[in-house]
Design a protein around this ligand. Structure first.
Ligand SMILES: Cc1cc2nc3c(=O)[nH]c(=O)nc-3n(C[C@H](O)[C@H](O)[C@H](O)COP(=O)(O)OP(=O)(O)OC[C@H]3O[C@@H](n4cnc5c(N)ncnc54)[C@H](O)[C@@H]3O)c2cc1C
Length: 538
């Protein structure tokens, strides 16, 4: 008998073959440009075997921020708000933002990775303050609930799922499910609601964002098993529920449910309690350029202080000072920086290569595993509406590997414009995160585009006829994986620094890669730095 998973792959195969025949038939009409997003990603690996020219210049600065992602920018904001303007930021890319950057063509802006921020929890006052400062929250009502700027709340229709050849409203499978499936799905959401309300003996929520604000009670048992094991233990049998939970793990963590901790899996559903005076609880904030919008709001704190194209490759101590060397990947020159304190806002895996081991002992963490992602920005000259729920902001395809795409024109007020920009998100999976990264490295542009189109054509068999351009980017180290036991073991690391001079901030140290965690990481590290009075060497 054909089980559900086999049925899906059978379906995928059939549609794929039909598309192939179809595309052969239409070959003359199909012509679109494909390219990679050009960036500095490849330079990152040079830190493993550094052979850089001797420094040709020296800069002395009290505080240095290494890394200009959301964590680094949030740290800079905290420094400036505390009247500390005596810092510089070093960033490898030619723009700041890390994996919350965007692109633009004549149709609209589009994200290269992070694309939305759910309404933050009302206890996350620092983040709410930032949103208020930037007019993303316009006011607070008499009960203190935020009123969000309507332009940024995801418009309806927000989400749809392609299931059984038809688009349904929302992402939880509903269409043509039998009673047992529905019972399982209802029970699961009741279960998650109980977790959402659960507090530890310290009165704090067990599932909280940022994770550092959660109860410190011991939940290692839940964190030690996978989400798939958890579902089986609880007797959930519905293949639709299993698919949905797996999709959520792949979408938020890059890793499938059978490689994601049950604590992290539940966290996805149980950690959000953000309420607003102006919209439903589960709404999200989004912009055509995704979270780059938020990055641009933080850039004012580093105006005139960022040095781009700088690959930080060595950090060591000298007397009471810190010496950091960086290679300018365009000019091919090296600069030596001498500072009193340093905020290390780089991916944590780079610490073992960059920090001089005999002098700066890297605080130990469990191994950081990063899952790769591929993102394709697809420009269309037309889009045909199909059966069922109309084109939405998030459009997900029910299949084993596909995630789906975002319509970047969704928030724009346009009339009768036939052009669209879709951002397609693809997990690159493997038996381990390392194997998946190797696969991602070896994939040619043609293979990647072909895989993406096959996934897209499950729902839109004729879409290639409307495509004008596809630009792809691989995020080799896309997201930290909350694999079983990682969250319980990484927690104590958050408070460590090296001799109160080097502080760490990156979502790798949260274990969950989302804007809120990066914002917290940077702010927390900068707060620790600000508390420390150190003798100056600069
Ligand atoms: C495909 C994808 C989709 C995502 N979607 C969402 C979403 O919708 N919503 C959400 O909240 N989150 C999303 N995320 C996660 C979110 O983008 C991240 O959690 C957050 O931006 C991480 O910020 P960070 O500063 O901790 O790290 P990073 O973004 O990794 O920042 C580190 C910075 O350091 C720089 N750097 C690295 N090495 C060096 C070096 N040696 N020298 C100098 N600079 C260096 C990098 O260029 C980078 O700018 C997504 C991530 C991916 C990959």
């Amino acid at each position: 008998m054909m089980n559900r998973r086999h049925f899906i792959s059978y379906l995928a195969g059939t549609v794929g073959a039909l598309w192939f025949l179809n595309s052969c038939k239409n070959k003359a009409t199909v012509s679109y440009k494909t390219s990679w997003l050009s960036d500095n990603g490849a330079f990152g690996h040079m830190i493993r075997d550094p052979h850089f020219p001797q420094p040709s210049s020296e800069i002395r600065i009290p505080v240095l921020i290494a890394g200009g992602g959301v964590s680094g920018l949030s740290a800079a904001r905290e420094l400036v708000k505390n009247n500390r303007n005596d810092f510089l930021m070093l960033e490898l890319n030619h723009i700041t933002g890390g994996n919350a950057i965007s692109g633009q063509n004549e149709i609209s802006a589009f994200p290269w990775a992070a694309h939305y921020l759910p309404f933050p929890n009302n206890s996350n006052t620092e983040l709410l303050n930032f949103l208020k400062e930037e007019n993303i929250i316009t006011s607070f009502d008499t009960q203190g609930l935020p009123v969000y700027n309507e332009t940024y709340i995801c418009h309806e229709p927000a989400e749809r799922l392609y299931l059984h050849h038809k688009w349904q409203d929302g992402l939880v499978p509903e269409y043509a499910l039998d009673t047992n499936d529905k019972k399982d799905i209802d029970r699961f959401f009741r279960d998650m609601d109980n977790y959402r309300r659960m507090k530890g003996s310290d009165g704090k929520y067990v599932f909280e964002i940022p994770l550092a604000a959660a109860s410190t009670d011991d939940f290692t048992e839940l964190d030690s098993k996978t989400m798939t094991v958890y579902l089986h233990e609880k007797g959930y049998k519905s293949p639709y529920l299993h698919w949905y939970v797996d999709y959520c793990c792949r979408d938020d963590y890059g890793s499938p449910a059978h490689m994601t901790s049950a604590f992290a899996g539940i966290h996805y559903f149980a950690s959000r309690r953000g309420q607003s005076a102006s919209a439903e609880r589960n709404s999200v904030l989004t912009w055509p350029e995704g979270n780059h919008f938020l990055v641009k709001k933080m850039e004012k704190y580093v105006a005139g202080k960022v040095m781009h194209n700088q690959l930080v490759y060595s950090i060591t101590k000298k007397g009471n000072g810190i010496v950091c060397e960086a290679y300018h990947v365009v000019n091919k020159t090296t600069t030596r920086f001498i500072c009193d304190q340093l905020l290390f806002c780089l991916p944590y895996n780079t610490a073992k290569y960059i920090l001089e081991p005999s002098i700066c002992k890297v605080p130990e963490t469990p191994p950081v595993h990063n899952w790769p992602w591929a993102v394709a920005n697809i420009r269309l000259k037309a889009f045909e509406q199909e059966r069922g729920q109309p084109l939405s902001w998030d459009n997900v395809i029910y299949s084993e590997n596909a995630l789906g795409y975002i319509n970047n024109c969704h928030q724009l007020i346009r009339q009768h414009d036939p052009y669209y920009n879709f951002t397609f998100y693809k997990n690159i999976l493997g038996a381990t995160a390392t194997e998946a990264r190797r696969k991602a490295r070896e994939m040619t542009k043609e293979q990647l585009v072909s895989d993406i189109l096959q996934e897209l054509q499950l729902a839109h068999p004729r879409i290639t006829e409307s495509i004008e351009e596809i630009v792809v980017k691989v995020w080799g180290h896309g997201m930290v994986s909350p694999y079983p036991s990682y969250l319980s073991r990484v927690k104590p690391t958050l408070i460590k620094s090296i001799d109160d001079r080097i502080y760490f901030a990156h979502t790798d140290l949260s274990g969950i890669s989302i804007f809120e965690e990066a914002f917290y990481q940077g702010r927390n590290a900068a707060e620790m730095l600000l508390k420390q009075k150190s003798d100056s060497v600069v």
